[in-house]
Design a protein around this ligand. Sequence first.
Ligand SMILES: Cc1cc2nc3c(=O)[nH]c(=O)nc-3n(C[C@H](O)[C@H](O)[C@H](O)COP(=O)(O)O)c2cc1C
Length: 227
Amino acid sequence: MRFVTTSAGDPTRFCAQLKAAGLTVFHVVPTLKGALKAVEAGVDGLIVEGGEGGGFKNQRDVASMVLLPLACSRVSVPVVAAGGFSDGISMAAAFALGAEGIQMGTRMLSSSESPVHANWKNAIVAAEETDTVLLNHGGKGAALRALRTERTSQLELTLPEDIRKEFAGVQQLYFGGDMEAAVPLTGQVCGRIDAVLPVRQIIEETMRDFHATIAGLHARYGQDPAH
Ligand SMILES: Cc1cc2nc3c(=O)[nH]c(=O)nc-3n(C[C@H](O)[C@H](O)[C@H](O)COP(=O)(O)O)c2cc1C
């Protein structure tokens, strides 16, 4: 299957052309309105992304716990959950809320195979759940969630003229390991990541723990004692 994800924009812009080229199109949405608009545009599925996720965010951010069940209750296309998912138990939670898949951003960023510098991966491992900031909140364009550094702590207190300028040093950040050179996009789930692991291990453990979680819930709560 040829697959493309579109995001951060109007889903009507490219959807028809991409589908005409034989691609399966999933669009990233941060709100219910966005989800309904994307479905109307004809997407094959949605990535429903909560505001706890790393990266560019809607100015009016909504957590996955609220957004995911809301969107899933209103659309009939397949939904992939994003924002806060990193392992088997969070995957089980996403599926309970109506998703059929999860997308891991921060977890994969921190994996052994991720091409970013070890300083960033180690900072994710060291980070607590409170160690991200939502930048440009209330400013022009998108807000964005990044790891707390000296630079982003300063930026948190201001509304930058143009947040895009904060990415000028992105190469030094990504590959040179200078954590102050730009804005290190990272989600709150950094607080749940405690090791740099190979992608294979992350996926295998996720699937194992997902099934164990579902089975455990069924064993404990599968029978309604009233019946
Ligand atoms: C470093 C980084 C870069 C990202 N770049 C993009 C991007 O270019 N386009 C996009 O739609 N999402 C982007 N994202 C969001 C991820 O695709 C993903 O949906 C998000 O990280 C999920 O939340 P999580 O960080 O809690 O896993 C980025 C995330 C990170 C951490």
